[in-house]
Write a protein that binds this ligand. Structure first.
Ligand SMILES: Cc1cc2nc3c(=O)[nH]c(=O)nc-3n(C[C@H](O)[C@H](O)[C@H](O)COP(=O)(O)OP(=O)(O)OC[C@H]3O[C@@H](n4cnc5c(N)ncnc54)[C@H](O)[C@@H]3O)c2cc1C
Length: 347
């Protein structure tokens, strides 16, 4: 397994549980896009024109995460916490509210059932939200996990399953006869099959020249603040002056605010990008005024040409699992199933 983000770790876990001996290569596990992610498993809130197939795929994600949670409990004694809160989607100004209307049309055409909610009827759903925002759409069935907990539990579970972690970058990957081989600066390793889960990063030499898919990095920033506990309320999504904003509030008052979206791959916090995100946050949730900024996190979403995930086989014994874009946390258990099916198909 080359790459230990949420896709590589979940796939390694699935394979190790099925009895395979797994080696995970990554110079810094869990520090890619997975580190920056808010952890939403939100098929309904993520509905977007032209992405109906992706929406249908995501509908199976929550059940797959429930299974991973119980498997993690079996192995580590700790379940993964899944918060099935749904999403409240609101618009900041009249043109943002028109965007909500357009969203509703697309959502209904996909078969989703957004419910219009008014502040007067569901006051608690609007806790902390600007008093000027009087209505919204409630999307049932959306949930969230804490990606830091996902990484911590998978790391522990993989260790208990004997997954070998090599903290090295893979430089080359190749296949010959019935074996695959990788090289790092330290030496070479062989195995029966290989999965490339390198997110938005370039593939190792030897396979990079052979693939049909391409991924491009779409940088995103989340800001983490402490000071508002909306964890028993729906996740919050908003259009603000045409931009998308969200807030995932965890028990204890830690909130993830997101997210910017830029076609670039440096990981520097740009002042304008940060200012826009904070301004949008304060306009929609004025109660964040006194929250403390804990940190910013940046990551590169791996986007394919059609914004859909793919699982591409290379030379028979390699597979590339990427293109998960805004949905890698959501789709990780499904990518893990593909990894297992692929490896088993080679027997
Ligand atoms: C700001 C932001 C918010 C997001 N929020 C959500 C969300 O709420 N819900 C959701 O479902 N998704 C979300 N996403 C998307 C999600 O984070 C990604 O789709 C997902 O993390 C991709 O996982 P990955 O394992 O493919 O990549 P990564 O997490 O980037 O991991 C790739 C790993 O591969 C390693 N690697 C790369 N090259 C090599 C090599 N040659 N050798 C060894 N190791 C290598 C890297 O070190 C890295 O650890 C968000 C993304 C961002 C940026």
């Amino acid at each position: 397994m080359v790459g230990s983000g949420v896709i590589g770790m979940t796939s390694a876990f699935r394979l190790a549980r099925a009895g395979w001996r797994v080696t995970l290569f990554d110079p810094s596990p869990g520090t890619g896009a997975t580190w920056a992610a808010a952890g939403m498993i939100a098929p309904s809130a993520e509905i977007s024109p032209g992405e109906e197939e992706n929406y249908r795929l995501q509908l199976g994600a929550l059940a797959a995460w429930r299974k991973i949670s119980s498997d993690l409990y079996d192995v580590t004694g700790t379940p993964l916490d899944l918060y099935e809160t749904g999403t409240l989607l609101v618009g900041y100004d009249p043109s943002d509210r028109r965007l909500i209307g357009q969203f509703e049309v697309v959502a209904r055409s996909y078969g989703a059932a957004p419910r219009r909610v008014a502040r007067e009827e569901c006051e608690e759903m609007f806790d902390g939200v600007s008093a000027g925002i009087r209505e919204g759409l409630y999307l049932a069935g959306d949930a969230w996990v804490d990606p830091d907990q996902v990484v911590a539990l998978l790391t522990r579970a993989n260790e208990l399953h004997g997954v070998n972690v090599v903290r090295r970058q893979v430089l080359t990957a190749s296949a010959q006869d019935d074996r695959v081989e990788v090289t790092t600066a330290e030496g070479s390793w062989q195995g029966d099959a290989g999965i490339l889960a390198t997110g938005a990063r370039a593939l190792p030499r030897g396979v990079a020249e052979k693939v049909a898919n391409v991924v491009r990095p779409v940088r995103g920033m989340t800001v983490r603040v402490q000071g508002l506990d909306r964890s028993t309320r729906p996740m919050l999504r908003a259009y603000v002056r045409g931009r998308a904003f969200y807030m995932v509030s965890r028990p204890g008052g830690y909130c993830v605010l997101g997210a910017s979206s830029e076609e670039r791959q440096d990981l520097l916090v740009e002042m304008g990008e940060l200012q826009r995100l904070l301004r949008d946050a304060l306009d929609v949730v004025p109660s964040l005024e006194s929250a403390a900024i804990v940190e910013t996190r940046l990551g590169l979403r791996p986007a394919s040409k059609d914004l859909a995930p793919f699982f591409e086989t290379i030379d028979g014994r390699w597979a590339w699992s990427s293109g998960h874009y805004r949905h890698g946390v959501t789709l990780a258990p499904l990518a893990a199933n593909e990894a297992l099916n692929f490896v088993q198909s080679l027997q």
